[in-house]
Design a protein around this ligand. Structure first.
Ligand code: SAH
Length: 209
């Protein structure tokens, strides 16, 4: 039976590189973070498969490719300060923390937030976690170079747009009818934001706190 390291290398090669993921920072980080540590024990052998997995409380850890695509779209640089909305398992926060200088992450469900905090601490990933409703962003930590939202909203929360630095990017799944689109927002000047739908996706809903 293959070990987790082999499964992880294969995930990066077949699910990411062979698709359209080429950002070396994203590929390197996803080759190093032990995704199996972020899923429930009975699902560890499935951790490197090409799909999402349940993490309890009706929530999911996103498909590896969707994590990679979202992070690649943000055009991350090592000095960046990044906000994540929807900590969930803590996996994406761990990947981010391998790439950028500062990661703040907000989770609505207290048990998930505290589980994520424990595992991130155990594995020595430096992430600031707060329990709360991500619609408001994290004003005390703002502004951010990039924001990634990993639950689908009915609209793009205004507070999050305002907490982006000029030049900053945000990726958020947005509901449109029965479907969802991953939308890339680029704050091009103080008051101009471009919004481009990038790919059809399926995320859990961004809930009201
Ligand atoms: N990036 C995560 C995926 C988590 S799934 C990972 O790597 O595992 C989305 C998460 O968003 C869930 O844990 C859900 O509880 C959380 N969530 C939903 N609505 C939210 C809100 N308004 N504010 C913060 N977190 C929210």
């Amino acid at each position: 039976m293959e070990g987790y390291a082999e499964l992880r290398t294969r995930m990066v090669d077949t699910q990411l590189r062979l698709r359209d993921i080429s950002d070396p920072l994203v590929l390197e980080a996803m080759a190093s973070v032990p995704r199996h540590e972020f899923v429930p024990d009975h699902l560890k052998r499935l951790a490197y498969q090409d799909g999402p997995l349940p993490i309890g409380h009706g929530q999911t850890i996103s498909q590896p490719y969707i994590v990679a695509l979202s992070l690649q779209l943000l055009e991350l640089k090592p000095e960046f300060k990044v906000l994540e909305v929807g900590t969930g398992s803590g996996y994406e926060a761990a990947v981010l923390s391998k790439i950028v200088a500062s990661v703040s992450s907000i989770e609505l469900i207290p048990e998930l937030g505290s589980n994520a905090q424990d595992i991130l601490k155990k594995l020595k990933y430096h992430v600031l976690i707060r329990i709360g409703d991500g619609h408001q962003g994290w004003p005390e930590q703002a502004p951010f170079d990039a924001i990634v939202v990993s639950a689908a909203g009915t609209h793009i929360p205004e507070a999050l747009k305002l907490q982006l630095k000029t030049g900053g990017r945000m990726v958020i799944p947005v509901e449109s009818g029965p479907d969802q689109q991953l939308v890339l927002i680029h704050k091009q000047s103080e008051d101009y934001y471009s919004e481009v739908p990038v790919a059809p996706v399926r995320f859990v809903p961004l809930r009201r706190g």
